[in-house]
Design a protein around this ligand. Structure first.
Ligand code: GCB
Length: 595
């Protein structure tokens, strides 16, 4: 799925700004056909798009709303768009959305973290005002990712009339609304639908860039243009291999992006469409103990992150995003994981430009029940929980994520899930299916599944190229006992290695830390404890050549649902939610400098 851009033949109109907004607590809007009424009912709340709606107003009924909400705004469609294809494209809406233009349904979608679009030109009034209405439903159930359940009581009765609670099993706030830009994308009819780029390097250092274009005709010209504007290679056809003798490669810390220009023509030779795709040439691969980028060993230094910031929640925030890339470089990081869902396309484009490697993760999170022993307790992959509906949605997310992100040089690995019930036979079957699907859709990138299960429980390690696991010895297990970390971690690492000769990545380890709280000797929640904790892990990692990196949890503090273990959210950030460093940030900066 192509990112919307302006070009010689394309035009994008962004519908960001303040929209009209209304809650629909009784789910009356569809029955009452709010999508074709002259206004939304009741007292309208002004609401920015893109943003989560939860933290903008001063009202708990908005923040804690469970169910559908409605957005509405007018926009002008210029007369010059007549005769062209106009798509309405939503970057992401959490978690189910339906879009109408002038009362006509344009598209609907499930999944809060990936884009969707529909054809809008048949519904538009050109040279006139138009109205767009979007219904967004934030309910998590056993067919969504992450999953959840809405219940009428959470303990012993009595409960007030109409009480309901959204249960879920993952650790980030269920921010809701239109999180990423809504755009009208104007293109020629029969224009370029999709482009797939794959790279190979030959022994002499030359690159073979294979480009496939999907569109109405086979008449294409495909050119690779360097940053000076020089065309390095060019070919006619919709499935070509461009050969470059001395390519400038893309690498973490040294990004180089060519402009891949695709032009299409009608049968009579008249130009139809032009698309420009920023393209980094690089290869990725694994051995039994290394992760390779352009044939060289790569050590992952970075974080699991979240899209999360004050006031706007999970809404696209270019200011915070750019700050995060400055911080990643300052701290000598080279990578992050899109824990626990695909991030905005704007972030992926930034990572391409900034030279940061990304592990791209689907929202298969919250598929595990924990107990005090951290042993699996209740089955997850059973009918009524992760049954057919959820499994099909998991596959859809893999499909949509790869379709969206396959051309990003920054994406070096796909993650098919985080902390799921990989010990269950049906869990294994599910991951076998989605791993097969991912390999079929993209044979070029390694796969991982982020584990919470210990090596002696998991059934899926044979399916992946890189073994990734999250571990909290000294925090959730053996709380406060830093002295157990070394022995327990070594025991586990060696068990993984005995089981599978594959590179090992530690995708989470961390301790909640209150910025400004100090203790000597260190105590839990102090800045000193976070440093001691991370350092204990690193002393172990450094002993094993097949460990290919460590991503402390987490980049920055983030919002979670309210609960007795979360004071104002999860505080395992190395940076605060406002993106200021805790002591651990200075520690990591030094540790990673020469790593
Ligand atoms: C984990 C999860 C992450 C949580 C983290 C924590 O294992 O993958 O989503 O936020 O632990 O802090 O509990």
């Amino acid at each position: 799925m192509l990112y919307p851009i302006d070009s010689e033949t394309r035009e994008v109109k962004e519908l960001s700004g303040i929209w009209e907004f209304q809650l629909d607590p009784d789910d009356a809007g569809l029955k009452e056909r709010w999508f074709e009424q002259p206004r939304l009912p009741g007292e309208i709340l002004p609401m920015p798009v893109p943003a989560s709606y939860n933290d903008i107003t001063t009202e708990a009924r908005v923040r804690d709303h469970i169910g559908p909400v409605w957005y509405r705004r007018a926009f002008f469609a210029p007369a010059g768009w007549r005769g062209r294809r106009v798509a309405l494209r939503v970057g992401a809406a959490a978690h189910r959305a339906i879009v109408w233009i002038n009362g006509r349904e344009i598209c609907r979608h499930k999944g809060g973290f990936l884009p969707f679009e529909g054809e809008a030109h048949t519904a538009l009034n050109f040279g006139a005002d138009n109205v767009i209405v979007v219904r967004v439903d934030n309910i998590l159930d056993w067919t969504t990712l992450p999953p959840g359940e809405v219940v009428a009581q959470t303990g012993k009765p009595p409960y007030p009339e109409g009480y309901k609670a959204q249960l879920s099993y993952h650790d980030f706030y269920n921010y809701s609304g239109i999180h990423r830009p809504v755009r009208l994308v104007v293109t020629p009819h029969g224009g370029i639908e999709d482009i797939t780029v794959r790279h190979e390097l030959d022994a002499a250092g030359g690159a073979h860039v294979r480009v496939r274009v999907t569109q109405g005709s086979e008449r294409c010209r495909i050119s690779l243009i360097d940053t000076e504007g020089v065309t390095c290679a060019s070919a006619g056809g919709n499935d070509v291999v461009l050969k470059i003798a001395n390519p400038r490669l893309w690498a973490p810390g040294a990004p180089y992006l060519y402009n891949l220009k695709v032009e299409t023509f009608a049968e009579n030779g008249a130009p139809v469409d032009v698309y420009h795709l920023p393209t980094g040439i690089r290869t990725v691969g694994v051995t039994d103990s290394q992760f390779l980028i352009n044939g060289k060993p790569f050590y992952f230094k970075g974080f699991g992150k979240h899209e999360d910031s004050d006031v706007r929640g999970k809404g696209l925030d270019e200011v915070i995003n750019q700050r995060d890339f400055y911080l990643l470089k300052w701290i000598n990081a080279n990578s992050f994981r899109t824990s626990h869902y695909p991030y905005a396309e704007e972030i992926m484009r930034m990572a391409d430009r900034e030279g940061i490697a990304v592990i791209d993760e689907v929202p298969a999170v919250g598929l595990y029940f924990f107990n005090d022993e951290d042993l699996p307790v209740k089955s997850v992959f059973v009918p009524g929980r992760a049954g057919d509906g959820l499994r099909a949605h998991h596959a859809d997310c893999v499909r949509e994520m790869i379709a969206r992100d396959k051309n990003h040089a920054c994406v070096v690995m796909w993650s098919l899930g985080n902390e799921t019930a990989t010990h269950e036979d049906a869990g294994y079957e599910q991951f076998k299916n989605v791993a097969g699907l991912a390999r079929e859709l993209d044979p070029t990138r390694p796969l991982t599944i982020v584990e919470y299960n210990f090596p002696w429980f998991t059934k899926v390690a044979g399916l992946v190229d890189v073994i990734s696991f999250n571990r909290y010895f000294g925090w959730y297990m053996d709380t406060a006992s830093l002295e157990v970390i070394e022995l327990k971690l070594k025991n586990e690492i060696e068990a993984w290695r005995r089981g599978w000769a594959k590179p090992l990545l530690i995708t989470e380890y961390g301790a909640d830390t209150i910025a400004g709280y100090h203790a000597l000797p260190s105590r839990m929640f102090s800045e000193e404890f976070q440093v001691d904790f991370l350092d204990a892990y690193h002393r172990v990692f450094d002993q094993y050549p097949f460990i290919i990196g460590g991503h402390p949890w987490c980049f920055a503090d983030f919002q979670t649902k309210q609960g007795i273990t979360r004071f104002g959210g999860n505080k395992k950030g190395v940076f605060t939610r406002q993106r200021e460093p805790k002591a651990a940030a200075h520690y990591l900066r030094k540790y990673w400098k020469n790593k």
